[in-house]
Ligand binder design. Structure first.
Ligand code: PMP
Ligand code: GLU
Length: 400
């Protein structure tokens, strides 16, 4: 009998976290690595949020909270959803957990039976497929490459639906592509989903605030389509908007029956999220929002910089990301090229080559179900972006 369960043996390691770890190890051994692998804001958490956490410690917010989170935090989240997104939820429909990641996993575990199919447009964030498999579900990927700006359409969705379809996962703005579904594009998907009332919708909106839409344009969600709301779950959190990745606070907003099931699961697994981090998140939602805008502006400037520098690298084909903080170039041009004895046989090889030759850490597109691409996180300083792209260009030029 094996020591490790089949469930975990067959689980892939999170490539984003693994690559970041590898780059940290190289750095510790003295190599000057620029880490563009993991995606997290490089900013510090704003001071007013940190002050709220210190106050929470002093005021003894030190016991277990309600499993789904402090009522005051869930109220603040409902207020945020109403004001910023036009979404109507009550606190009993909100479950706060250890990051958006936990709430995504909870939602899948709470609804997917072995054999159920989950439709995942790809490229998709590394954890979606693995979370579905952990629940015994069957990921059904639907491909959308650069030529369709990485967005699937209603026809593709319709073709992926079978009698076993139980859920679709949608992520806009997207990690890893930065693409954002427009209202007409969502309408195309909504029309199909309206014909299939048995399919649940898990909408990951964690990058909502990091968008580079024109002033006056707003982010759209499948929530806009009323007929879908009773089977829609919206996931969000403070990690990206408030530079709070390490605080581990995210939430899901869902119809009551689903929120209850998720809370029951969470009650057995984690008892909920850290009390101090919850008070910090509450301050984030209730406090001044200028910090969100300032960080967004910095990401937009860096997006422009990296897109410009990427256009100078021979063979790279890129979109102009509309949100999040990733560039996802098609690098398949390098497959088959050589530097001495070293042959690049895949985008994964190219990623390793860039790490070893240019000392720049990126993530292979294969981890996002899109071999042939790679992902760069530009949530780093302008200087790092310039130097990383200079090194990548130099190392790539040696591949003939
Ligand atoms: N969804 C997507 C698409 C992400 O990129 C991330 C970032 N890791 C998460 C969810 C999870 O975020 P967190 O758990 O930090 O809230
Ligand atoms: N969202 C980030 C990324 O994709 C964080 C790492 C992770 O949780 O996968 O790099």
């Amino acid at each position: 009998m094996g020591l490790i369960s089949e469930r975990v043996s067959s689980l892939a390691v999170s490539a984003t976290l693994a690559m970041s770890q590898k780059s940290a190890e190289l750095k510790a051994s003295g190599v000057d690595v620029i880490n563009m692998s993991v995606g997290e804001p490089d900013f510090d958490t704003p001071d007013f949020i940190k002050e709220a956490a210190k106050k929470a410690i002093d005021e003894n917010y030190s016991r277990y909270t309600a499993v789904g989170g402090y009522l005051s935090l869930r109220q603040a989240i409902c207020e945020k959803l109403r004001k910023e997104n036009g979404m109507e939820y009550t606190p009993d429909q909100i479950v706060v957990g250890n990051g958006a990641k936990q709430e995504l996993a909870n939602a899948i575990l709470a609804t997917i039976n072995p054999g159920d199919e989950v439709i995942i447009p790809v490229p998709a964030w590394v954890s979606y497929v693995e979370m579905v498999k952990l629940a015994g579900g069957v990921p059904v990927t639907v491909e959308a490459g650069l030529e369709q700006n990485f967005k699937i359409n209603g026809k593709q969705l319709e073709a992926a639906i079978t009698p076993k379809s139980k859920m679709i996962m949608l992520n806009s703005p997207s990690n890893p592509t930065g693409s954002i579904y427009t209202e007409p594009e969502l309408r195309g998907l909504a029309e199909v989903l309206e014909r299939h009332p048995e399919i649940l919708i898990l909408s990951d909106e964690i990058y909502e605030h990091i968008n580079f839409l024109a002033p006056g344009e707003r982010i759209h969600s499948l929530y806009d389509f009323e007929a879908l709301r009773e089977r829609l779950m919206v996931v969000n959190g403070v990690s990206k908007a408030y530079a709070m990745t390490g605080w581990r606070i995210g939430y899901i907003a869902a119809p009551t029956v689903l929120a209850k099931a998720i809370t029951k699961l969470q009650g057995q697994y984690t008892s909920g999220a850290s009390s101090i981090a919850q008070k910090a998140a509450e301050a984030a939602y209730l406090g001044p929002q200028d910090c969100v805008r300032e960080m967004r502006d910095a990401f937009e400037r860096r997006r422009d910089l990296i897109v410009m520098l990427a256009s100078e690298i021979p063979g790279w084909k890129c979109n102009v990301p509309q949100g999040a903080f990733y560039l996802f170039p098609d690098v398949s041009w390098y497959i088959g090229k050589k530097n001495g004895d070293r042959v690049i046989e895949s985008s994964a090889d190219y990623v390793m080559y860039l790490l070893e030759e240019a000392h720049v850490a990126t993530v292979d597109g294969g981890a996002f179900c899109a071999p042939g691409y790679l992902r760069l996180s530009y949530a780093t300083s302008d200087d790092n972006i310039r130097e990383a792209m200079r090194r990548i260009k130099e190392a790539s030029a040696k591949l003939k």
